[in-house]
Structure formats: C-alpha cells, structure tokens
Design a protein around this ligand. Sequence first.
Ligand code: KIV
Length: 280
Amino acid sequence: MTNSVAEIKRVRVPDLQSRKQRGEKIAMLTAYDYTMARLFDRAEIDVLLVGDSLGMVVLGYETTLPVTLDAMVHHTRAVSRGAQRALVVADMPFLTYQTSVEDALRNAGRLVQEGGAAAVKIEGAGAAVEAATRIVEAGIPVMGHLGLLPQSVHQLGGYRQQARSGEDAEQLLADARALEAAGVFAIVLESIPESVAATVTADLEIPTIGIGAGPHCDGQVLVCYDMLGLSGEDAPPFVKLYADLGARTVAAAQAYAEDVRANRFPAVRRTEAELAVKAK
Ligand code: KIV
C-alpha cells in the first residue's frame, strides 16, 4: 500500500547508525533520475546513491572519470525530487575533492544546495580524510568508499578485487578507522574479500555498505542498471539479476515497431465528426 506524504518518515543519517546497532540491514541502490527514484522510494529502498557510475551506465563512458560536478548536480536534483523517503547521497566526482579542502567543501556544498542531496560520498583515504573532516565540520554528512576505487582505475590497473594480501587488508582497516575518526557516517566497501569486509564491519561503530564484498556488511548497494538487467554483459559477476528489463525493453520496442509498420498503432479511431453524428 502506498503511504500518503504525511505518513512518510524520511530516512536520516542517524537512522543508519541505529540500524547497525539493532542488527537491521541497510538496502541501498544507485539512482540517476526522478522516475527511478520514485519507484525505489515506493520499494522502500533506504539510501539512493546518485553514483558517478552515471558516467558508465547512463552516459556510456568507459570509466567514471569524465563525470563532471555539473552533471552530478543535475542528476542529483532529479533524484531528490523523486525521493520522499530515501536518504539521497551524491557522489563527488573525480577531482572535485582531491585538489584542496576548500574545493572539496565548495563542491560538496553545491551537491547539497543545488542538488538537494542530504550527504556526499568520496573515494579513498589519505587526502580524502582531510576533505571528509572539513566537509563534516561544515555540517554535511560524508560517506566513505574503500576497496576498489573506480576513480583510481588506471592506478589500480583495472576493476579487480582489492585488499587480497594481509598487508593491504590491514591498510584498508587503518583507512576505515581514519575515515570513522574523521566523522564519516558509513563506508562503502567495494570488491574486497568477504573476510576483510567482516573484520572491518565488526571493528567499526559506523555501518559498512558492501558491493562485491560478501554478506557480512551492515548493508548492500548495487548499481540499479545491473540488478535490473539493463547492463547486459557489463554487470559484474556478484550481481544478482532481480529483473530482466533489458530483454523486456527490447521486446516492447520491437512489438511497437512491428505495430507501427503494420499500421496497427495507433488503432483506427472514430473522427470527431463521426462521433457527433452518432450522438444525434
Ligand atoms: O558510483 C557508484 O555507483 C558507486 C557504487 C558502486 C557504490 O560508487
């Protein structure tokens, strides 16, 4: 049953921490437009991430690197208009927070002020920890992102699992602790062994949200195009297909084209003159 606007209780940043304390899992999906945000809100998805995966699944780039802040603001605004319940988190795209903490703060501010996001997400630790500290100090909630960092794809040498060695796993745990100390409210763990995700999740007070990181995280996130079957061969192997909208969309478009070519659509309708004669 659909709730009326008055009944809808918005998911807020502190709710996620309470979920972790109560042992309740958090469901997060990416969204890039108003219509999808409305549908996911009806499905009671807790967090909608306007991911910079936008660049790949919506805009057709090979990586997330060409995504601009203007594009993120534009799509975040659309998602914010569609989401009445979910917490809307916007990705800060490549080079919008790595250049200086001032840039980071100004750019995070745009995603909140112009895009209507409730929080922003940044990738990595190191310099990102400084940026997170400053953004959080300004009152903007920050989500961290560790493991496979798509904005560092060239440095990582591809989209492959991270934190496989003991040393790398320890570094990831140290990075997660540094982000927690900086005040981030949750951390996405992407493409790491499930044992590493379990250790980090048990160590932190804040929730972890996994993607390709096994079942022990406090929540899960998927790129919506992947789980809806719209990414075809490009979906990573850990994705569960919850619908095959790709095949259904092709079939619907084919049926429409056949109808148009066979003159079955639009159906022949009586003209207004014919209807007027019949009414007499
Ligand atoms: O951009 C994105 O979609 C993401 C998810 C993979 C977590 O960062």
